[in-house]
Design a protein around this ligand. Sequence first.
Ligand code: 0GY
Length: 304
Amino acid sequence: MDFVKTPGWLDWCAHPSKPRLRLPPGSVDAHCHVFGPGAEFPFAPERKYTPCDASKQQLYALREHLGFARNVVVQATCHGADNRAMVDACTSSGGRARGVATVRRSVSDAELGALHAAGVRGVRFNFVKRLVDFTPRDELMEIAGRVAGLGWHVVVYFEAQDLPELWDFFGALPTTVVVDHMGRPDVSKPLDGPEFALFLKFMREHANVWSKVSCPERLSASGPPALDGEQAPYRDVVPFARRVVEEFPERVLWGTDWPHPNLKNHMPDDGLLVDFIAHIAPTAALQKKLLVDNPMRLYWPEEV
Ligand code: 0GY
């Protein structure tokens, strides 16, 4: 099937730079996606955007270029609850990729078992209104209860202003809960202001909550330029991500977010995104926890 990209859609960076940061051996890119290819894995009818193609081969070429060892492929909303592209990426990775799926209440135990066998270790609940239609909370809680039995976790994606309303629901989830992109803070607001304080409180009060400290390119107003090569890229995001890494070093993950859906103004250089890590996890010990120990514990516990 032929698909026409959403107007203004920016394709991923074809020639990312080589990162200056040398990643610790065994590093995991714990948040990335595949899109189609649409001719092989059609995009879902209920999708809110139509992306460019971004194949598993292209993802794994990026993994090698950047110096990662493994990937966690997160189901993107453009594929709805049709997990075939993500599953195909996992099963053809030689054990170097695990997945996070989207499922509906109608999913059977046999289907969940097949996803587990393919390498899926979590489900994603998305609360970002521009990306998905509303799913009743009781349906999500029922799914969470079922996947808890498989030892999976729940990944949640929401925007900072929605945390108060979601607090009780998240607090009742019976699994590890992984927050995408620090709950999307507005980094033009103060680091010590009430909005980000609430997110830190949420992590403090719930020992089962982890955070991805990813996606500075989505959160930043200052943008990428490291003009003199010394200043941090996306420097307005650095204090927020660094605060989370330093306070919760055992509960943070990082990912490229390749191929970067829905960016209309700026497409990041993935090499520069890797260099951002040095600013938010400034020691070798923190980098190892963020990039190796934590994702291995969550996605490959049998190897830890
Ligand atoms: C991300 C962010 C976005 C999109 C999706 O699944 C998706 O469509 O996650 C976004 O538009 O903010 O984490 O990839």
